[in-house]
Design a protein. Structure first.
Length: 509
């Protein structure tokens, strides 16, 4: 692309920074929901009489609906308008949250969680694509995506804090009800403030075969990893789900290559830079989800922290993500190529993860966990910000919604893989350790200590895998992403013309 006039675009929305506030609030609500319910689950299970076998469905129902419908939600945003989709998603998410908070039984709770996931799948890609089309000046885009990246990366840890506080001091139902004020404020603000640029809609007929194949394929994939965690990798249904997913997604790719108006135009994912972002980000999320899981169990079970104290123990990571995203990433994004932020960012996070492989039963929070979290936060924050921006950069504005959905899809699938894969590794390592050392534990105190040592041994083994995954993620980012540093000017997105022209930042190749 060639550089053009460096002045900000004349049609830049004067209310775009106010709009960012409401978009960020909505994104925070969605990210919070991914972890806030985990803290409340034991209390909700007891009150509603949910069996141990069905307990996982409180999490899984949300994950399947959200992950399976993301591409469809992104296409709806392109077709229907991002602002309208965003507001409808918020209202629906609030209603589903109210239903979950008022749940009187298992069926009502699971239905509410599935509805939350479905409306979240509308909301998340609409939020990111609104940013992509509203912030078109290079420096402004860097700041906007810095804020968004910090929320996307750190919101899960905030959910642990808020979930702990609400569950411990109020009631588990408030982990659902708390979404309602978030959604109402964000929807009202979006309705009155957001002015979506005209001419960016994709009014082509909906690709129904693509919707069916992608939804079923993604649901099979996410559910397969969920089953693998609970029933094992050799379980016949688990294997069947993976085979079905491979067949369905292969069929989806074949359909998208030939239909006139594809749900996911293959140009969105075959672009070298966007493909590099989707792959490296998805891998990094595998490592991050494993860390949240193991560190939460370590602090609560091994160290005996309360839910509230556990939540606050994640604050250094949140602080690191905010600094990495809004200070390091934002300041350097217009000065260096994205790969020189993403690669070193993921490697810095890998160093933080490497420290956590040294976990022992009596490890010091201040001496080991605190510095590890700071490095993880700084690294992930620095990498997430350019990744979020680059994932929607240069895409045809008619495809902005579905390109944004691919970012969320890579994170959702990465989260499902991370939870299942790293949990399995940890469980196997724990079992092996207990088998090898069982003979030496002859007293109740020794047996209890052995159990804790076995758990920590399992966490350490899984965290070693997470280190390797982050190194691979950094390698992919540096190898595949070859775009130059963003300029501060704007150019027309490729594939547009006439009234559909939308401005995007210049990238020097």
């Amino acid at each position: 692309m060639s550089k053009t006039d460096t002045a900000p675009p004349a049609q830049a929305d004067p209310s775009r920074w106010k709009a960012l506030l409401f978009i960020a609030l909505a994104q925070l609500m969605v990210v919070l929901d991914a972890t806030i319910v985990n803290i409340a689950l034991p209390s909700a299970q007891h009150d509603l009489g949910i069996s141990d076998g069905n307990r996982q469905w409180v999490i899984t129902a949300y994950a399947l609906a959200f992950g399976g419908l993301l591409l469809f939600g992104g296409r709806v945003a392109d077709l229907w308008g991002r602002k309208r989709t965003f507001v409808v998603g918020l209202i629906g998410f609030a209603a589903a949250s109210a239903l979950g908070g008022a749940a009187s039984g298992e069926a009502m709770m699971l239905g509410a969680r599935a509805l939350q996931g479905a409306f979240g799948a509308l909301l998340a890609p609409a939020a990111l694509s609104l940013l992509a089309v509203m912030f078109t000046d290079g420096k402004e885009r860097a700041k906007a995506f810095g804020i968004y990246g910090a929320i996307a990366g750190g919101g899960g840890a905030v959910g642990l804090i808020l979930g702990g506080v609400l569950t411990e001091y109020l009631d588990w139902r408030w982990t659902f009800f708390v979404n309602i004020p978030f959604a109402v404020v964000a929807a009202a603000g979006a309705y009155f403030v957001i002015r979506e640029p005209s001419g960016g809609r994709n009014r082509a007929p909906l690709d129904v075969p693509g919707v069916v194949l992608s939804t079923l394929g993604l649901v099979s994939l996410v559910y397969g990893f969920t089953r693998a965690e609970s029933d094992g990798w050799s379980d016949p249904l688990t294997i069947g789900l993976f085979i079905a997913s491979a067949v369905l997604l292969a069929g989806f790719a074949a359909v998208e290559a030939v239909v006139k108006s594809p749900l996911l135009p293959l140009r969105v994912v075959t672009d070298r830079n966007r493909g590099g972002v989707y792959l490296s980000l998805g891998l990094a999320v595998i490592a991050m989800f494993g860390l949240f899981l193991f560190l939460t169990y370590y602090l609560q079970v091994v160290k005996g922290y309360s839910p509230v104290r556990t939540g606050f123990a994640f604050l250094p990571m949140i602080a690191g993500m905010i600094v990495g995203s809004t200070q390091i990433g934002t300041r350097l994004m217009t000065r260096v190529p994205p790969r020189l932020l993403m690669g070193p960012g993921f490697l810095t996070a890998a160093v933080g993860m490497l420290l956590l492989t040294q976990l022992e039963v009596d490890s010091s929070y201040a001496g080991l966990i605190l510095p590890a979290q700071l490095l993880l936060g700084l690294g992930m924050g620095t990498a997430f910000m350019p990744a979020m921006s680059l994932a929607t950069h240069g895409v045809d504005p008619r495809d902005a919604g579905v390109a944004s959905a691919m970012v969320n899809t890579s994170q959702q699938v990465g989260g499902a893989i991370g939870t299942a894969l790293l949990n399995t590794i940890a469980a196997s390592a724990t079992t092996a350790y207990l088998t090898d050392h069982a003979a030496g534990a002859t007293t109740p105190a020794a047996q209890k200590l052995l159990q804790l040592q076995g758990m920590v041994e399992g966490y350490s083994a899984a965290i070693w895998w997470a280190v390797g995954i982050l190194v691979v993620s950094a390698t992919l980012a540096v190898t595949l992403i070859n775009t130059g540093k963003p300029g501060t000017g704007t150019v027309a997105a490729s594939g547009t013309g006439g009234q559909d022209e939308v401005k995007v930042p210049v990238l020097a190749h």
